[in-house]
Design a binder for this molecule. Structure first.
Ligand code: NDP
Ligand code: 13P
Length: 338
């Protein structure tokens, strides 16, 4: 059945997911803070700043008025990077409190909040009035926007504490090229989503330095081990980390030129500075801030995360990459399976 959906955030992922939902026959309104971007979408059905040379469904409309976007919404999809999420959720919360709707909230944010160490669903829950939405679901997994736009076969996870809510959202997204599974481990899915970006930066660094397949496979495997350790320390289900939100997303992000985090790492490995890379990317590189949060949390909770710590030293302490790699490989021998 056709639903009314608002997508908040018209970057690469928000705009492409809005297109998937429109293709699936839903009435979708995309909210952006940029009047030019809204006009471009409504007139030319393009979003050149974020997704080049792609024509969106003509039925997809955009607006800069959030109240207009969410009017009558059955689902509101938040597609905002971690840094802006609380602000947008706050704005949404104020509107929801005055409107006669009770939508499902879904988010796709892959990060952890600086300072508070909160996961995206926790930030959203803090900003929305409790009785004005049905619940929060998380869409995650190996899914580059550029590939989804081209209808590459894609499988994602929809996580929620409430199984029926996850099933409802699953039904909105499923089609011939986009397959969604449900998962009740919100903590595991959000932790995996945030931390894979850090390991993807590490994978890019190794490629930028000229390391090959063995190095990448070792980094991905040991990176997954520390992501799992981190997640399990928060009560996550270890099985989540061998699923789509875990190993699936880690593989796609740590091996693809489509990944902003991998590309950032590659350029670091080639000698560029973080400031230069961020200035040229024009899109969010979530792993750069997540590495700081993850490093701080791991230190407080005594979770061993040698790869994350190494990337932290490169990004925040300016330590020479080659020195960091030598330190990582020179650690005392240990067992693989804990
Ligand atoms: N791109 C992808 O393939 C995937 C991305 N994700 C995750 O989805 C989230 C969004 O990423 P993505 O779409 O790629 O990011 P982009 O950098 O492509 O776009 C970010 C969007 O968020 C908007 N935005 C940022 N801050 C604010 C704010 N304070 N208020 C209003 N709008 C804001 C930007 O608006 P403006 O243009 O005005 O700055 C822009 O529309 C990230 O957490 C990312 O990790 C998850 C899976 C796949
Ligand atoms: O999360 C993603 C793919 O699943 C996107 O990764 P990047 O942000 O590194 O491009």
């Amino acid at each position: 059945m056709s639903k009314q959906i608002a997508v908040l955030g018209a970057g690469s992922w928000g705009s492409v997911l809005a297109n998937v939902l429109t293709e699936n026959g839903h009435h979708v309104t995309l909210w952006t803070r940029s009047a030019e971007q809204a006009a471009e979408m409504n007139t030319h059905h393009t979003n050149q700043k974020y997704v080049h040379d792609f024509e969106y469904e003509s039925a997809l409309t955009a607006t800069t008025e959030m109240a207009q976007a969410i009017a009558g919404a059955d689902m509101i999809l938040l597609a905002i990077p971690t840094k802006g999420l609380r602000q947008v959720a706050h704005q949404l919360g104020q509107l929801l409190a005055t409107m006669d709707i009770k939508p499902v909230i879904t988010h796709v944010t892959k990060g952890l909040e600086q300072g508070t160490y909160k996961r995206p669903s926790e930030m959203i829950a803090e900003e929305l009035p409790a009785d004005h939405y049905q619940g929060i679901t998380v869409l995650s997994g190996p899914s580059h926007a550029e590939s989804v736009a081209l209808h590459d076969m894609t499988a994602v996870t929809i996580a929620a504490n409430d199984e029926q809510l996850a099933k409802d959202v699953q039904g909105l997204f499923m089609n011939q090229y986009f397959r969604a599974y449900t998962n009740n481990d919100v903590v595991g899915v959000e932790v995996a989503a945030a931390l894979k970006n850090v390991i993807a930066i590490g994978s890019g660094i190794l490629s930028g330095l000229g390391y090959k397949d063995n190095a990448r496979a070792a980094l991905i495997t040991r990176g997954l081990a520390e992501i799992r350790r981190f997640g399990v320390s928060f009560g996550a289900n270890p099985m989540t980390f061998i699923g789509l939100a875990g190993v699936g997303d880690l593989v796609v992000t740590a091996t693809s030129q489509n990944s902003r985090n991998y590309r950032c790492g590659f350029q670091l490995g080639q000698g560029q500075s973080v400031a230069e890379i961020e200035a040229n990317m024009g899109m969010v590189i979530e792993g750069l801030s997540t590495v700081k949060v993850a490093h701080e949390i791991a230190e407080k909770r005594h979770v061993s995360m040698p790869i994350t710590d190494a990337i932290y030293k490169v990004v925040y302490e300016g330590q020479a990459i080659t020195e960091v790699v030598t330190e990582l490989m020179g650690r005392e021998g240990t067992t693989e399976v804990e």
